[in-house]
Design a protein around this ligand. Structure first.
Ligand SMILES: Cc1cc2nc3c(=O)[nH]c(=O)nc-3n(C[C@H](O)[C@H](O)[C@H](O)COP(=O)(O)OP(=O)(O)OC[C@H]3O[C@@H](n4cnc5c(N)ncnc54)[C@H](O)[C@@H]3O)c2cc1C
Length: 452
């Protein structure tokens, strides 16, 4: 890695912006291109009727004490993102029915996870979370709360998720105990990184879709934009979907057959239906709620309850609820409140509005006070996420199932010299945005060691 060299980053999601900032701080002249008119990919925000709305429904597991904050510290700008913490970092769990959660057992389970040394949980990377949890309990309410947590962390069911990765993430959450949300909405995070890039003399070009990554003699050489303009560098980092990068932007002919086979087999996390609800006055002081209707009590046992059906939403939906204006009131016009509800869904749903309406019904059951104060609500579907970030609109990126975590995860290094992948696609550990930031930090360490 030498100073004053060039790098091109394709895509300005968290991973792309983070590696852009890290390299720019190191003295690189980075050019980052994003196809969208706004920065952030899945972690972006837009305005609607005077409200700042996040594309997703986000809570940030360890905020400034996690990988997102590490990026800021590594570029010498520790306060570039202003965080507001949940006072109680544990989400409130609502409505598992009349039955009480078997709290003693839950505490025992989480204590076991918390105290497990790395040498133990690394043996569990390739074992499923449900196999691990079943050894502890058969209590359906308890199983539901753990599988709900798995749904929020990895956006895949517990029978697919890696137990080792779950424990690692849980330890990080518990040890930092600082879940939070940034002032300015989700977009404040990628913006902090791109502001840093610009401060260090690098540039960000929006509304600039890359059509092709140019390869010559197995060496990355540059990129070609949709309008035909070309930019050249021997270091190209793609934050676009790994499958799209390999199969389309580069083209599979440039890669060894077994690499292409592996990339084609990758599985992505689940999709999400979200609703954004504007209220004419605040009705709740809470910041973060996990809602499980009673009917979801057997989620771990019966996966169909979790995944729903393609044609029609179930009567009731579990949801992750965030109330962004309780972190930053300026996200809404004076005196108004904003509430988000998101539920995981399978790919290929047909009727997004019906799912949006089902989300709204479940939200009203969880917080009945909202009903008389709703100004409007809008649904953001996987189709919307797809337009921002691709990957069919999935929530996280390449899923953290037992075949795709730790050493089984695709590497940031590709078989083509000078071509790297970054984001919730390759390398890294952690939850959603933190996984993407960790992928960038790992890539930065890799590049530091590479001879230029
Ligand atoms: C509904 C929802 C809820 C979520 N909730 C949470 C949460 O609570 N907590 C959390 O931490 N995470 C959450 N996530 C996940 C998190 O947002 C993602 O995992 C993370 O932001 C992915 O970052 P990334 O670096 O992989 O980039 P991505 O978001 O995948 O962005 C990729 C970028 O590349 C650009 N791009 C693609 N192709 C091209 C091209 N050809 N030319 C130019 N640019 C291109 C795209 O425009 C995009 O900006 C949620 C996501 C969603 C959708």
């Amino acid at each position: 890695m030498t100073e004053n060299s060039n790098a091109i980053v394709v895509g300005g999601g968290i991973g792309g912006c983070a590696i852009g900032a890290l390299l720019a701080h190191k003295g690189y002249n980075v050019k980052l291109f994003d196809k969208n008119k706004t920065i952030g990919g899945r972690c972006t925000s837009y305005t609607h009727k005077g409200f700042t709305i996040d594309l997703g429904v986000h809570i940030f597991g360890s905020s400034q004490h996690g990988y997102l904050g590490d990026v800021c510290r590594m570029i010498g700008m520790p306060d570039a993102i202003k965080w507001v913490l949940s006072e109680n970092p544990t989400p409130i769990m609502r409505d598992l029915g009349e039955e009480k959660i078997a709290s003693q057992e839950l505490i025992k389970f989480f204590e076991h996870c918390l105290n497990m040394p790395e040498t133990e949980y690394e043996k569990l990377y390739y074992k499923s979370l449900s196999t691990f949890v079943w050894k502890f309990t058969k209590d359906p309410t308890l199983l539901t709360s753990i599988s709900g947590m798995c749904g929020i962390i990895f956006c895949i069911p517990p029978f697919e998720a890696s137990a080792g990765e779950f424990i690692r993430c849980f330890q990080q959450l518990a040890k930092t105990s600082s879940s939070g949300y940034p002032i300015g909405g989700c977009i404040a995070i990628p913006r902090a990184y791109t502001n840093a890039m610009e401060k260090f003399g690098s540039s960000v070009v929006l509304d600039a879709p890359i059509k092709k990554i140019i390869i010559e003699n197995n060496q990355a050489k540059g990129v070609e934009l949709k309008d035909g303009t070309q930019y050249f560098s021997d270091l190209i980092i793609s934050n676009a979907d790994i499958q799209n990068t390999v199969l389309n932007l580069v083209g599979e002919d440039h890669f060894p057959e077994d690499y292409v086979k592996k990339i084609k087999k990758l599985r992505y996390s689940m999709h999400c239906i979200t609703i954004k609800v504007a209220l004419d006055k605040p009705v709740t002081d809470e910041k973060f709620i996990m809602y499980y209707p009673t009917s979801f009590k057997n989620m771990m046992k019966d996966p169909s309850v979790f995944v729903g059906s393609k044609d029609k939403p179930p009567e009731k939906l579990p949801g992750m609820i965030t109330i962004p204006t309780n972190f930053d009131p300026n996200l809404a016009p004076n005196g108004k409140q904003l509430i988000f509800f998101g539920t995981a869904s399978i790919p290929g749903l047909s009727n997004y509005d019906a799912w949006g309406d089902a989300c709204y019904k479940s939200l009203c059951e969880c917080i009945p006070e909202i009903e008389n104060h709703v100004m409007w609500y809008r649904t953001d579907s996987p189709a919307t996420v797809e337009t921002y970030a691709g990957e069919g609109g999935c929530i996280i990126g390449v899923s953290q199932n037992i075949y795709q975590v730790h050493e089984r995860r695709p590497s940031q290094i590709t078989p083509i010299n000078g071509l790297y992948i970054v984001g919730a696609e390759a390398g890294g550990h952690g939850i959603g945005t933190e996984l993407a930031a960790n992928s960038a930090i790992e890539l930065f360490e890799i590049l530091k060691k590479e001879p230029k």
